[in-house]
Design a protein around this ligand. Structure first.
Ligand SMILES: [Zn+2]
Length: 250
């Protein structure tokens, strides 16, 4: 969407407009290196808040404070929760992007509104109980839950799982490892899935209840302002400010 708007405006008309877009797992090379188009480091702003600004560490201290013996162990619980949630969000993200790439359905009927929307973690039956053991369900297990809801045939499900596994098994160029959580979460973690996953993990593993909406709000408030300067989005927005003489960051 942002990219379409960016394309619609010719360069002279873009003067004075700064575009900020979610990376969404990959951006066409022609959008890179433009001073007036800032792209998130991770898939989207929510994922950037969690990974680049250490927002969860602060929220975890608050949410988990009553569930651990001391601040150090609470911090460790928070870090472990983020890792488990990341693995879960990576698997769900992989499943969704692979289905989209293969042109297969990803929409379910929302029980609340009756409208159609992309599948999410809440659609996976018994996800709380599965996470209580500290292990994220595999892509294949998630596909078995989601498949009947979106209408994949067994053959389609097998194609999606095979293809998604292939992405996970591909050796990353930066760390030269398979199943690299650092790289996969950058390309596959959708921030909304991640916030949902953290909310479920905190509840299932630690009995700390905070809904996704409330958690999302808390993460935005908690993003460490002292680290804003090293966040790629802010760094590039500041470079644009210096070039344009305009101000967008408070
Ligand atoms: Zn890597």
């Amino acid at each position: 969407m942002v990219h379409n708007r960016y394309d619609e405006l010719e360069a002279p008309l873009r003067n004075g407009t700064l575009f900020i877009a979610d990376c969404d797992g990959g951006v066409d090379a022609r959008y890179k290196g433009n001073a007036d188009l800032v792209i998130t480091t991770n898939r989207d702003i929510e994922a950037d808040l969690l990974f680049e600004l250490q927002a969860l560490e602060r929220v975890a201290l608050d949410v988990l404070a009553a569930h651990g013996p001391n601040p150090r162990s609470v911090q460790r619980m928070g870090a472990a929760a983020l890792e488990l949630a990341s693995r879960l969000a990576v698997s769900l993200g992989l499943l969704q992007t692979t289905a989209i790439t293969l042109g297969l359905p990803t929409r379910v009927i929302d029980a609340g509104s009756g409208g159609r929307r992309r599948f999410r973690l809440a659609d996976v039956a018994g996800i709380d109980a599965r996470l209580a053991g500290g292990v994220a369900p595999s892509v294949a297990e998630l596909a078995s839950e989601v498949g009947p809801l979106v209408g994949w045939t067994p053959a389609q499900k097998a194609r999606i799982v095979g293809s998604a596994r292939g992405v996970g098994q591909t050796r990353c160029t930066e760390h030269r490892t398979q199943h690299c959580l650092i790289c996969l979460r950058r390309t596959q973690c959708n921030g909304h899935h991640l916030v949902d996953a953290i909310s479920i993990v905190l509840s299932a593993r630690h009995g700390a209840r905070i809904g996704s909406v409330e958690l999302n709000r808390a993460l935005r408030v908690a993003a460490d302002r002292s680290q804003l300067g090293s966040w790629g989005v802010v760094r590039r927005a500041r470079a644009w400010e210096a070039g344009s003489g305009m101000k967008v960051i408070a």
